[in-house]
Design a protein around this ligand. Structure first.
Ligand SMILES: [Cu+2]
Length: 265
């Protein structure tokens, strides 16, 4: 084989390897994540407007799903919620239906944004999925209340302040369901691999997994700067009627997105 043939052949082998990998990894093996990603998570006087994007996606693989108009979308400031659902406009994320909005910050505070999506029917898993998804934005130097619960059906409370962090920091969170800690909760972790820049060494590296302790508390060191999503998944204590008319399980996800900055050079 000459050099060119060798090149062609190795190209073919990697295409085949990719095809086999895609076949071997069904959609369901990739973790679904509710995504709520703002432009940035710290707001200063000179840059008061932030764009937020809402989607239901596979953040590392870069594979999207269509997201119906969310049932609820709001911002919580000092324990008071403001409904933002009517501000949402259609958007496209990973070639699928998503939502976007812009929010203008007027006064100091730790703003917690939250989404409650409509139940998503996943035929591959014969189940509905509802990911209650949050992210926090700190404005004008405020530093209070970042660890308050919003009273969602299920949510992750950050125990590491979720802004002003560096890649490599360990995130610590507490999983709540109906306001109570979930002992031993399983938490899936994914990096938002924008533009598919990274290739995972194996399928295990796409979705990492950490288990909470008896108080529902987990720790995960994020190895690189960027957006990291944590999804604590539990089965709901109720069913929803599926397309075939039978009652189906409902997967409830408590999802939190945090941003880690680059270490300054
Ligand atoms: Cu999917």
């Amino acid at each position: 084989m000459n050099r060119q043939e060798e090149k062609n052949r190795s190209g073919l082998v990697s295409v085949l390897a990719l095809a086999i990998f895609m076949l071997a990894v069904p959609m369901s093996a990739l973790a679904h994540f509710g995504m709520l990603i703002p432009d940035r998570n710290i707001v200063s006087q000179d840059n008061r407007t932030v764009a937020l994007t809402l989607s239901f996606s596979h953040p590392f693989a870069g594979i999207g799903m269509d997201m119906a108009r969310p049932a609820k979308f709001f911002v919580d400031l000092d324990g008071r919620k403001t409904d933002l659902a009517s501000t949402l406009k259609p958007a496209t994320v990973m070639d699928h239906k998503a939502w976007k909005t812009e929010y203008r910050f007027k006064r100091p505070g730790v703003y917690i944004f939250g989404v409650e999506p409509q139940p998503y029917w996943e035929p591959a898993e014969d189940t509905f999925i509802i990911h209650y998804t949050k992210t926090e934005i700190a404005a004008f130097g405020a530093d209070e209340g970042w660890d308050r619960p919003l009273g969602l059906k299920t949510e992750i409370i950050p125990l590491l302040r979720p802004f002003g962090n560096y890649g490599g920091n360990a995130f610590v969170g507490k999983v709540l369901m109906d306001g109570r800690p979930v002992p031993g909760a399983e938490v899936e972790v994914e990096f938002y691999n924008r533009d598919n820049r990274l290739t995972a060494p194996s399928e295990y590296h796409v979705t990492q997994v950490v288990r909470a302790d008896n108080e529902g508390i987990f720790t995960f060191a994020c190895p690189t700067p960027g957006w990291w999503g944590f999804a604590a998944l539990n089965e709901a204590d109720y069913k929803i009627k599926g397309p075939d008319g039978n009652d189906k399980d409902v997967e409830l996800g408590a999802v939190l997105w945090i941003y880690l900055d680059k270490w300054p050079k």
